[in-house]
Design a protein around this ligand. Sequence first.
Ligand code: 4AD
Ligand code: MG
Length: 465
Amino acid sequence: SYASVVDVLTGKHPVGTTVTVRGWVRTRRDSKAGISFINLHDGSCFDALQAVVANTLSNYSSEVQKLTTGCAVAITGEVAASQGQGQSFELQASDLQVYGWVEDPDTYPMAPKRHSMEYLREYAHLRPRTNITGAVMRVRNCLAQAVHRFFHEHGYLWVSTPIITASDCEGAGEMFRVSTLDLMNLPHKDDGSIDFSQDFFGKEAYLTVSGQLNAETYACALSKVYTFGPTFRAENSNTSRHLSEFWMVEPEVAFADLDQVAGLAEAMLKYVFKAVMEERADDLAFFNQRIDNTVLERLQKMVSSDFVHMDYTDAIDILQNCGEQFEYPVSWGVDLQSEHERYLAEKHVGGPVILKNYPRDIKAFYMRQNDDGKTVAAMDVLAPGIGEIIGGSAREERLDVLDKRLDEMQLPKAEYQWYRDLRRYGTVPHAGFGLGFERLVAYVTGVQNIRDVIPFPRTPKNASY
Ligand code: 4AD
Ligand code: MG
């Protein structure tokens, strides 16, 4: 029967049973005694499975000894207790079939050595074969499953919000336009070039920057919902924490205030951190050893301590009086830069911090105004090493206050009619947040650049396959 590497290594197939494992060769080592040791990986866990192949196999010299890194094979053999260090089981091969050879092994881009992340990015189609990308993707998957499980267990409905929309949730004007293009009959401009200015069947349409506004409509009927999908930002930011296309987790909760969703954010993060520590200990050990030796300690600390809450106003005070030289000066009213966020999380608190009550003028139109007339009930969760991973707020549920804000920001009321309706028909206080999923994966793995925690990163400089 076919078996995965993880099943063999964790003893699902008792010693003495014969199984066939399919995968890719990581390394081959030949001993003088006419035995080859092949390490086989199939993505099911961090470790590769060692297969011991003796020269009694009929294709030993014709094929086995020609195997190189990357070859695809099926190895049949008996499960045996391993003599080797660190592994409990291995395979005593009785048959080896080659699915695919690696042509020109000398130039195979994924040779089994340490490659730089920049180099691997050039090979987005081959990097899943490396230890590191495999580990990142298993952790990413584990986190995504845990997010869904957390919300499911807490009574939230997963609502799929649209990718194509006309509304600019964040009001930052950073949207990608969607056009209808008839490829058989491309419209041309006078100079003969293709006219890409056509819109979505005669209307304006863009790729969503956030599912929040749509999620609000469902929260104001189904009480507790979340959306988890791709979002798009046309900001020309070439940093290690910005992508043009990223995934966002956005819960929206009726009858909740800011502190309740701050509590929800903390509970959700702790839940997914616990899940990844339990389910992906193998990959985390690798990250801790290879990428960042504080990964395990950091996660442990996150789940076992309470998040610190701090007011924006107090944070400004701290930043102004800490004696640190920042590239961007701080004063009340400015938007915090990543250097400030990291100072607060890393140096001041030494852990995650929830910053609350930001100046109204640097925040989106939908945030609920506080009684001081200057601030809104907004929060950001700042994490050491990365800065903002979550942004959220209470939503303005009072129609008159919302309308005043729309006017002040010169946003067209007519286009927000549907959003205003929520405030006209049985309005309720509600709140929610958005977690940048790639920032979470980067935080958990210690991987420095967000481009390395999503399979095919889209940035201003890269949108090819
Ligand atoms: O702070 P943001 O812009 O908030 C919103 O979009 C709200 N509508 C969310 C809500 O309340 N439902 O984005 C939320 C999070 C950020 O904290 C950050 O982690 C991530 O999304 N994010 C990005 N991640 C990668 N690349 C980018 N360009 C990002 N922009 C935001
Ligand atoms: Mg934000």
